[in-house]
Design a binder for this molecule. Sequence first.
Ligand SMILES: C[S@@+](CC[C@H](N)C(=O)[O-])C[C@H]1O[C@@H](n2cnc3c(N)ncnc32)[C@H](O)[C@@H]1O
Length: 443
Amino acid sequence: MTLSATGALPRVIAARALDEVLTGGRNLSDALDAAGLHALEVRDRSFASALAFGATRTHLRNRYIISLLVDRPFRRRDSVIVALLSVGLYALIESRRPDYATVSATVDAAADLGRKQMKGVVNALLRRFLREREAIMLRVNDDDEARWQHPQWLLDSLRVDWPADWEEIVAAGNRQPPMWLRINQRKTDRQSWLKMLGSEAAQTPADLPSAVMLSQPLPVDSLPGFHDGLCSVQGAASQYAAHLLNPQAGMRVLDACAAPGGKTTHMLEIAPQIAELIALDISGDRLSRVAENLTRLDLQATLITGDAHDPAQWWDGQLFDRILVDAPCSATGVISRHPDIRFLREAADVEQLASLQLKLLETLWPLLQPGGRLLYSTCSVLRAENEQVIGRFLARQNNAREINIAAVNFVPPVPAPSHGWQLLPGRTDYDGFYYALIERMPV
Ligand SMILES: C[S@@+](CC[C@H](N)C(=O)[O-])C[C@H]1O[C@@H](n2cnc3c(N)ncnc32)[C@H](O)[C@@H]1O
């Protein structure tokens, strides 16, 4: 990444946002909005955003470096200064800007954060890092979290779940993710759209007819026809959902956890003759993003704000031919896109999520027509949320049959999941995703 802008303000915004993630448990995008990102000029906005994402991604390393450079830990009320130092270290280690400019802008940012008295500390600490840089970077390898930039509980789980793949998964989580798009086949095709873009795609996978990976990420306003519905931003791994569920003309489809609507709109693009698609989500706010996407793409669905755990609230009693359960999960497969997951999730969440995921499946299963299909998906790479949930579900149902989807052209990870299909980040440019397809046996 090129970090080229100057000035203290983007650093102030980035530090405030990271502090809010670390101490307030807020997600990074919301924290950036709350920190005033949108008040910045466009160029500073992308710079502040790059700093915030980079510092969040590398904070476990930066935090360790800070601990090596101070005699006693910072006080709690100085958390924003720790966040600012993390932003500064990220820029010193990973950007091509001159070191002196980074140090001076970071020191100025301390004053802009209302901590003028901390300018000397920030200055001394960053300069000491520069003097002892080589030795300090070697010491980073002594600390598991600092070295791999993932929390200990997650490293432990990944090592158990994927003994052959965990390093690649972690390395992919620490990289900037590529930008994947979905070309709307109802309005254009991949080749024509790439011509409009006027540059080459980095990848156009044969088994995902609408997917395009861009060589260089672009803002959506620069994507040809974005506002007219010619394309959407959607990861390749998540584009399998619509194809695997494969809704047909005349079917009733439930997308039980629909927002922001990536999979809802994809299903409607590939199967415009669906009789009805109900897009349900517990969050009315998030559901409004489904509405925006449907309007932009010129598609129709029935939107319902409701709790999938309580069909009595929203179900009209008619069975569905297809159900998509894109369950809330740890999001450990998309850490490269959401670096804050490192700080927003903890080990205990996984167990809790797994029992909610099982409950969701068991609640929605009776709503499926005999002969109908349910697709369970998560963007998690943890077996506890994926094959183990499906294993428990199948063990308790006598009318469910798993359909093998591992036939898609991928080498299964080792050891292969006992149920479903696991995509691991690092093996490809795809996010980590899990799918299991289950058929309700005809009576
Ligand atoms: C992984 S996201 C879905 C992403 C979406 N399928 C897409 O492709 O754009 C999970 C969604 O589940 C919703 N959710 C969480 N608990 C729910 C519940 N009990 N009932 C319905 N929706 C729920 C969340 O609000 C969130 O929007």
